[in-house]
Design a protein around this ligand. Structure first.
Ligand SMILES: Cc1ncc(C[n+]2csc(CCOP(=O)(O)OP(=O)(O)O)c2C)c(N)n1
Ligand code: SF4
Length: 528
C-alpha cells in the first residue's frame, strides 16, 4: 500500500532524502529552507548545521567524494557564500549523488534581496530541477540524485517560498534503497583542480551538459504538457505552473521540471502548436531570454511583474498584457523586537550615544525600527564589521569615533570572524568597537543551534566554540562580557569608554533570547 502524507515542500524533501538513502544532510539555516534538515533529523537522518553555507557545501563535497548521497541546503543568498566551491565542484563532479538545494524568496518575505538563483545554473553550468508542489519535490529530489550519480555532476534543486511552505498530499515510495558503504578512491586528475586538469574537466563538463540536454528532451516525466487549447500556450516551471493552470483554463501549459539544460526542441515544437506562446515565470525573465536566444517566438511578461511573487490574478494580468497599477495590499503590522527582547536595551543605548551603527542580519536588524532607529547600514551576513572598518579608515576622526559594528552570535560564527582578522590586521587609527549581541541562538530563523551554543542541530550536547577565547587569541585589545539588561549603565559607560579610546575592542552583550529560554531549560533537562 502506498503511504500518503500531508507534507510541506520542505518536509517532502526531507522524507525523500530519508527514503532514497541520503547519508549526509548539511546546511546553514535560512528561510524558507531551514525546516528541511530539521525534519530530516527528526525522521532519523543524519543532519548537521555548518557555520556557513560555504563550509556546508565543502562538507557536502567531501561526503559525496566518498560516495555518500548528500543533500546541502541553504536559502538563496547562501549560494553566494557557497559560490566559490560551487563553480569548481561542477568541474570535479562527485561519485556520490550531490544535490544542492537553494530556497529562493521571490517577494522577499524574509530576505534582503530577491535574487533569482536560476542564473547560477547557467553560470556554474549545473543541471537544475524545479518542483511546483510537495509531491514533485519528493519525486524530483530522488530523480535529482539519480541524475547526479549517472553523470557524476552536482544538481541544483531550486525551490521557492510557496513550494517550501505549502502543504499537499504526498505519496511515498516504498522501493528499498541499497545502501552504498562510503569509501574514497584516489583519482587525482578529476579531484585536484590545477589548471592542467581543470582545462580537461571544463570540456568534460560541457559534454555532460550536452548529454543532459538530450536526456531532458527525451524524458517522459520531466516535461508535462497540459493540452487544453491552441490559442494560448504557456511555458512555465515551479510554482508558476500551479498559478498558470488555474489562471488560464483554456490555455495549453508546458511545465518544465528540469529547467537547465533546457529541452529547447520540445519547447519549440510546443510553441508552434499554439497561436500565442507566453512564458510565465517569477523573478528575472530567465526562461524568456533563453528561449528568445534560441530563436523560439515567445512573449514575456511586462517588467512590473519581475518584482514580487506571482499569483493567479497576476498571471491573468500578464496574459491580458495589463500594466495598469496593481491594488496595493493592506499594510500589515510592521515586525518588531519582542517585548522583553535583550536587543532592545542595546539599541536604546546606541541611539542615545548617537552611534553610526554598521548593522548585520538577525532579529537585531529590527533596531532600525522606531523607537530605536539605530541602524545605519545592513548589507549581508557578516558585513557589519567590514563595512564599519571601511568607514573608520576614511572618515574624519569626529565621525569615525562614532562608528560601531553590531552583530549577532550566529552571524559572528557564520562570517564575523574574518572581520575581526581585518580589524586586527588593518587597525584603524581611532581603533574600533564591535558589539556581539549574544542571545545564545539563531533567533531570526527559528532558534537554531550554531557552533557557539554547545548543542548540535538536534539540540543534543556538542563541543562549543567560546567566542571570547577566540577573539582574545586573535589579538584584540579589550574583550568584555556584560549583561545590558542587568546593568544598562555599566554597558553604556563601557561602550562610551571604548569608543573614546584608540583601542580595538569587542563587547559581548550576553543575554538569552526570551523566546528561547524555555527551550534551553528543556534541552538541559533532556541531557540530564
Ligand atoms: C547568507 C545568509 N544565510 C542565511 C541567512 C538567514 N539568516 C538571517 S539572519 C541569520 C542569523 C541570525 O542569528 P543571530 O546573528 O544570532 O541573530 P538573532 O536573530 O539571534 O538576533 C540567518 C541564519 C541570510 N540572511 N544570509
Ligand atoms: S525572538 Fe528573541 S532575539 Fe528575536 S526579537 Fe524575540 S526575543 Fe529578541
Amino acid at each position: 500500500m502506498v503511504e500518503k502524507l500531508l507534507l510541506s515542500g520542505d518536509e517532502a524533501v526531507a522524507q525523500a532524502s530519508l527514503d532514497c538513502g541520503v547519508k549526509m544532510g548539511v546546511g546553514y539555516p535560512g528561510t524558507p529552507s531551514t525546516e528541511i534538515l530539521e525534519h530530516f533529523s527528526t525522521l532519523g537522518g543524519h543532519a548537521q548545521w555548518a557555520p556557513n553555507e560555504k563550509v556546508a557545501l565543502e562538507v557536502g563535497i567531501g561526503s559525496a567524494f566518498a560516495r555518500a548521497r548528500t543533500l546541502v541546503t541553504m536559502k538563496h543568498v547562501g549560494l553566494n557564500v557557497a559560490a566559490d566551491p560551487l563553480f569548481t565542484v561542477a568541474y570535479t563532479g562527485t561519485e556520490g549523488g550531490l544535490v544542492i538545494l537553494t530556497a529562493d524568496d521571490p517577494g522577499m518575505a524574509s530576505s534582503q534581496n530577491e535574487q533569482d538563483n536560476r542564473n547560477y545554473a547557467v553560470a556554474a553550468a549545473l543541471p537544475m530541477f524545479e518542483p511546483s508542489d510537495s509531491q514533485e519535490a519528493y519525486d524530483l529530489l530522488i530523480k535529482a540524485f539519480e541524475v547526479s550519480e549517472q553523470w557524476k555532476i552536482p544538481v541544483l534543486f531550486r525551490m521557492t517560498t510557496r513550494v517550501c511552505h505549502s502543504k499537499c498530499i504526498t505519496k511515498r515510495r516504498t522501493t528499498p534503497v541499497t545502501a552504498v558503504q562510503p569509501y574514497f578512491e584516489r583519482d587525482i586528475k578529476t579531484k585536484v583542480m590545477v589548471p592542467a586538469f581543470a582545462r580537461i574537466a571544463h570540456r568534460a563538463l560541457r559534454q555532460k551538459l550536452t548529454e543532459l540536454a538530450q536526456f531532458n528532451e527525451s524524458s517522459t516525466d520531466l516535461i508535462v504538457e497540459f493540452r487544453r487549447g491552441d490559442q494560448i500556450g504557456i511555458v512555465t516551471s515551479g510554482i508558476s505552473t500551479q498559478h498558470s493552470l488555474e489562471a488560464a483554463p483554456d490555455a495549453s501549459v508546458l511545465q518544465l521540471k528540469m529547467t537547465y539544460p533546457l529541452p529547447l526542441e520540445r519547447i519549440a515544437k510546443f510553441a508552434k502548436t499554439v497561436k500565442r506562446c507566453v512564458v510565465v515565470e517569477e523573478g528575472d525573465p530567465w526562461l524568456e531570454t533563453q528561449l528568445r536566444a534560441a530563436g523560439i517566438q515567445v512573449e514575456g511578461k511586462p517588467e512590473m511583474y519581475r518584482f514580487g511573487e506571482l499569483n493567479v490574478n497576476r498571471v491573468r494580468r500578464i496574459l491580458a498584457g495589463d500594466v495598469s497599477p496593481e491594488a496595493v495590499p493592506p499594510a500589515g503590522k510592521p515586525p518588531q523586537l519582542c517585548v522583553g527582547c535583550p536587543h532592545r536595551k542595546a539599541f536604546e543605548i546606541f541611539r542615545d550615544l548617537d552611534c553610526i551603527v554598521s548593522g548585520d542580519i538577525g532579529c537585531y536588524t529590527l533596531g532600525v525600527m522606531a523607537p530605536f532607529s539605530a541602524l545605519d547600514t545592513c548589507v549581508c551576513m557578516g558585513a557589519s564589521i567590514g563595512v564599519a572598518l571601511g568607514m573608520r579608515q576614511v572618515l574624519a576622526e569626529n565621525q569615525a569615533r562614532r562608528v560601531i559594528s553590531v552583530i549577532g552570535d550566529s552571524t559572528f560564527m557564520h562570517s564575523g570572524l574574518t572581520g575581526i582578522v581585518d580589524m586586527v590586521y588593518n587597525r584603524p587609527a581611532a581603533g574600533h568597537v564591535v558589539v556581539i549581541l549574544d542571545n545564545g541562538t539563531t533567533a531570526m530563523t527559528g532558534l537554531q543551534e550554531h557552533p557557539g551554543t554547545g548543542r548540535s542541530l538536534d539540540h543534543s550536547s556538542a563541543p562549543s566554540i567560546v567566542m571570547e577565547d577566540v577573539i582574545r587569541a586573535m589579538g584584540v585589545d579589550n574583550v568584555d562580557i556584560c549583561d545590558p539588561i542587568k546593568d544598562p549603565t555599566a554597558f553604556k559607560d563601557l561602550v562610551k569608554q571604548r569608543l573614546a579610546s584608540n583601542d580595538i575592542s569587542v563587547i559581548i552583550a550576553r543575554k538569552p533570547c526570551i523566546l528561547a529560554l524555555a527551550k534551553f531549560k528543556q534541552y538541559e533537562n533532556n541531557q540530564g
